[in-house]
Design a binder for this molecule. Structure first.
Ligand SMILES: O=CCCC(=O)O
Length: 453
């Protein structure tokens, strides 16, 4: 039985559109199309597959405003951030257009054979399960390298961004990609389980919660299929006594508040050494309070509504649970529809929800520590491992910490951010595998050893 999927504009709660989820037969058709398309697509030469990227970039550039508006309407982020998201996708497409051929060229290895090398062959149909917070970026960073490597792709997107999911499918068709190369499935959780189990699907890429990661990896594991998991995060942002706050305060605020805090790599725990604590709090509070809130479709808006009401409620419960354990509210903590005012909590300690859990909203948890040693110790107290940020002027001392940070990323004097040129992914409860760069392209290929005696 097909299920109704509704998309809603979170700023007004207006229903945008209703969709029917696919029937089982439609799902089977999509699987078959993907398999048939793979047989042809994998045998195209790499330069032909790379050439499709040029057209893809042009089509997205032409539709930039329309696609950005769709993002804002479906999940509520400010229009300027939606435009930046589309521009980042164009950058990604251009990056793989320039580099993909090199990335997957045969790698000659010197042995006693006449010739030996690694050939990077596509695996087949890859399923992507993607979240709503960056509805274009998260999908494109999976799809662009994966398709260019010769795979085909199926997308199960978050229901609240179904319009984006269908628009992305159309984008590939508009760019001339063969039918069946990239398809969106409007599917239920039960149907997705059968899709993962189907022999046609060779691997799964998931960006989502830790809970979803465990469940998808379990189904895929039972069927001996590879997964790449990009899950939640609880990044620490360490502020040492010599941090240049005049230069970096805007970056530090953006690290927490962009996308209304709904980002896995946002700075969530601010660990501040006592020598700079008062100065940090004053600047941080002033900058957070100066963020312009309002209608997400207006270009001056810097922080807008969260994507759904239940997300606001979860954040409020995490704050309440932390205040009960001694945290103090410095600013914010007000709800207006689906808008949640940017909030700063101080006196945060381990065992409070805002320290232990991922808070997916505009809430900064601030901890005061005596010194640098305590700062690093507290920063590492997390089940997650996406990234750590450090603000200091002593780069030599910061370098000494590189080997101590157990996360997927360590950013010094910059917010943790994704970049097509650099690998992206986590450790521990933040998942495994890498996206972006050459590493991301290597996740869904068979690294085949060829030996000619
Ligand atoms: O939500 C996490 C990913 C955001 C990003 O890649 O910038």
């Amino acid at each position: 039985m097909s299920k109704k999927i509704k998309t809603i504009y979170p700023f007004t709660n207006e229903i945008l559109k209703e969709y029917n989820s696919f029937s089982d037969e439609e799902i089977q058709n999509a699987l078959r199309n993907s398999e048939e398309s793979f047989v042809v697509w994998k045998d195209e030469s790499v330069d032909i597959r790379v050439n499709f990227l040029e057209k893809l970039g042009e089509v997205l550039e032409d539709q930039k405003q329309e696609m950005a508006t769709l993002i804002t309407k479906e999940m509520g982020k400010p229009i300027q951030e939606s435009i930046a998201e589309i521009e980042k996708c164009i950058w990604l497409i251009d990056f793989y257009h320039q580099n993909a051929e090199d990335f997957i060229a045969d790698d000659l290895i010197d042995t006693e054979a006449q010739e030996s090398f690694i050939s990077y062959d596509p695996l087949g149909c890859i399923l992507a399960i993607m979240p709503w917070n960056y509805p274009f970026w998260q999908v494109m960073r999976f799809a662009v390298p994966t398709l260019t490597a010769g795979n085909t792709a199926l997308l199960k997107h978050a229901n609240n961004v179904t319009g984006c999911a269908l628009a992305i499918e159309k984008l590939f068709l508009d760019a001339g990609y063969p039918k069946g190369c990239f398809q969106t499935l409007l599917a239920t959780h039960e149907q997705i389980e059968t899709v993962i189990e189907d022999d046609i699907v060779k691997a799964v890429s998931l960006t989502g919660s830790e809970k979803a990661g465990k469940s998808i990896a379990e189904i895929a594991g039972r069927n001996l299929k590879k997964t790449v998991l990009e899950l939640g995060g609880n990044n620490a942002c360490i502020i040492l006594e010599d941090a240049d706050l005049d230069t970096y305060i805007d970056t530090i605020v953006k690290a927490r508040m962009q996308n209304a805090g709904q980002s896995c790599i946002a700075a969530k725990r601010f660990i501040v050494v006592e020598g700079i604590y008062e100065k940090f709090i004053e600047k941080f509070k002033n900058t957070v309070e100066s963020l312009q809130s309002g209608n997400p479709l207006e270009k001056e808006t810097e922080i807008a509504t969260m994507a759904r009401e239940d997300l606001v409620e979860t954040v409020m419960k995490q704050i309440e649970g932390s205040v009960e354990k001694g945290a103090n509210i410095l600013t914010g903590n007000k709800k207006d529809g689906n808008f949640f005012a940017p909030t700063i909590l101080t006196d945060v300690k381990p065992e409070m929800p805002v320290f232990d859990e991922e808070v997916f909203g505009p809430v900064a948890a601030v901890c005061k520590v005596k010194n640098e040693k305590e700062a690093y110790e507290l920063a590492s107290k997390s089940r997650f491992g996406l990234g750590t940020m450090l603000f200091t002027e002593d780069i030599d001392a910061a370098r000494m910490q590189i080997s101590q940070i157990a996360d997927g990323a360590f950013f010094i004097n910059e917010m943790v951010k994704s970049d097509p040129r650099l690998p992206f992914g986590g450790t521990k409860a933040s998942g495994y595998g890498r996206e972006l760069s050459k590493e991301g392209m290597m996740e869904f290929v068979n690294k085949k050893t060829v030996y000619i005696k």
